[in-house]
Design a protein around this ligand. Structure first.
Ligand code: 5AD
Ligand code: SF4
Length: 440
């Protein structure tokens, strides 16, 4: 039998890329590839890229440059670029980096096997179409391999919101939801393979409106159906837009047993003037009222968010409004970014804030967020949480898992296995994780 070919995939960016990389590995598995953890022995290298900020794309080009030596040693090595940089730059990638054999956009992954064959025939392969067919359905033939206790499951892709800073509507395309029955099948299959927690993914996940029994399904309905899947213990979803937080979804946070008390709900900025220029279609006030309603349904919910500082025309006063909003919400986690002009998006053409100003604001915002995170983590000491153990820790007998609030929790002498859920009393709060002991 022929030696299996080796595939190295490096994933950048969001969780959807993590999910996509798994699907690509499975698709190429059918071509005789097995995954390897290093580029050094690979027959094919795929970079699954992110285009959301400048540095992400630049990192890809410098990474590609580093493969020059490998390709010189092994002329049969194939190098591919997938993901949003592939979609945005297309042919330009091959022009800028002739080492690249294959460029595939996020909507064409199901065509990878044919594209790989083309590269083996010595040709270059490029596909950045937005094809009509259901990519997920074509990617479905998966091995029944055992899985870890947590998994991502893409339910929706693309975005129609067109925030003025964002490339997603261009690189991932219009919003498309997968049919509910296929998602439920995939969830049941994951559970059979050992998964106990599923995170539903979508660029605008709460805008989900998939076809299903009796017509259109909302995300809340999908979550309720997943709540009935035996063996599945936890449900999460990300990322949501404030304007799609419907009443049924808010209610589910209070009533649905398996839905975890954690919500990633980006607001981006706290100034209404900037929110308008961002084309966010909500105000700071409407966002704050929304959070009040969510907290009324589920008082202990942990909020997380995304922020952009230095958006074009942002004044110190606008920035202060963002800090005020953060003070009011109190985030358990937050991701903050300096605005990065994305070619082709409306905001890229506007008057830019100086990099020094943006740096300074980012630092101040991050200091505030760090303080809030710290307070919330310190506040966990003495509380009992449920921890789903995901892996062994570095110390013998230690296990590491996640609480319902997504805090990483370390437990010494846990006497538990991966996949177990245990009651844990928190005894210590570190910078990035909590430590606790099992409550018998
Ligand atoms: N510059 C900086 N941050 C951005 N994001 C999206 N586009 C940009 C950009 N051009 C951030 C937003 C979004 C997160 C995924 O990335 O905060 O919610
Ligand atoms: Fe981008 Fe999210 Fe805005 Fe859509 S809603 S354009 S993905 S930031």
């Amino acid at each position: 039998m022929a030696e299996p070919k080796k595939l190295f995939i490096k994933t950048y960016g969001c969780q959807m890329n993590v999910y996509d990389s798994e699907r690509m590995a499975e698709a190429l598995g059918g071509q005789g590839y097995v995954e390897t953890t290093t580029p050094d022995d690979a027959d094919m290298i795929l970079l699954n890229t992110c285009h959301i900020r400048e540095k992400a794309a630049e990192k890809v080009y410098s990474e590609l440059g580093r493969f020059k030596g490998l390709k010189a040693e092994k002329p049969d090595l194939k190098i591919g670029v997938a993901g949003c940089v592939a979609q945005a730059e297309g042919q330009e990638i091959m022009r800028r980096q002739p080492l690249v054999d294959l460029v595939v956009g996020p909507q064409s992954y199901h065509r990878l096997p044919e594209m790989e064959a083309k590269t083996r025939a010595g040709e270059k392969a490029l596909d950045t179409d937005f094809p009509e067919e259901d990519k997920f359905e074509k990617l479905k033939s998966r091995p029944k391999a055992k899985r870890g206790p947590t998994a991502f499951l893409t339910v929706q892709e693309g975005c129609d919101k067109f925030c003025a800073f964002c490339v997603v509507p261009y690189t991932r395309g219009a919003e498309v939801s997968r049919p509910a029955a296929r998602i439920l099948d995939e969830a049941r299959d994951l559970v059979e393979r050992g998964v106990r927690e599923i995170t539903l993914l979508g660029q605008n996940v709460n805008a989900y409106h998939g076809a299903g029994d009796g017509g259109d399904w909302t995300l809340a309905r999908l979550i309720w159906a997943l709540n009935d899947v035996d063996g599945l213990e936890r449900i999460r979803f990300t990322t949501s837009h404030p304007n799609d937080m419907t009443d049924d979804l808010i209610a589910a946070h209070g009533e649905c047993e398996k839905l975890m008390p954690y919500l990633h709900l980006p607001v981006q900025a706290g100034s209404d003037r900037i929110l308008k220029r961002m084309n966010r279609a909500h105000t700071a006030e409407s966002y704050l009222r929304l959070i009040e309603r969510i907290r009324a349904a589920r008082p202990d919910i942990l909020m997380s968010g995304d922020f952009i500082v230095g958006f074009p025309e942002e004044t110190e006063e606008d920035f202060q409004a963002t800090l005020d909003l953060i003070e009011e919400v109190k985030y358990g986690y937050a991701y903050s970014f300096k605005y990065s002009p994305r070619p082709g998006t409306p905001a890229a053409e506007r008057a830019q804030v100086s990099p020094e100003e943006a740096d300074d604001r980012l630092q101040r915002l991050q200091a505030l967020i760090t303080r809030q995170q710290r307070e919330i983590q310190d506040g966990m000491i003495g509380r009992t949480v449920n921890v789903l153990f995901e892996r062994e820790g570095r110390i013998a007998g230690q296990m590491v898992g996640k609480s319902e609030y997504l805090h990483a929790v370390h437990v010494r002498d846990a006497q538990a296995n991966t996949g177990d859920i245990r009651r844990v009393r928190i005894v210590e709060a570190g910078t990035n994780s909590l430590a606790g002991e099992i409550v018998s």
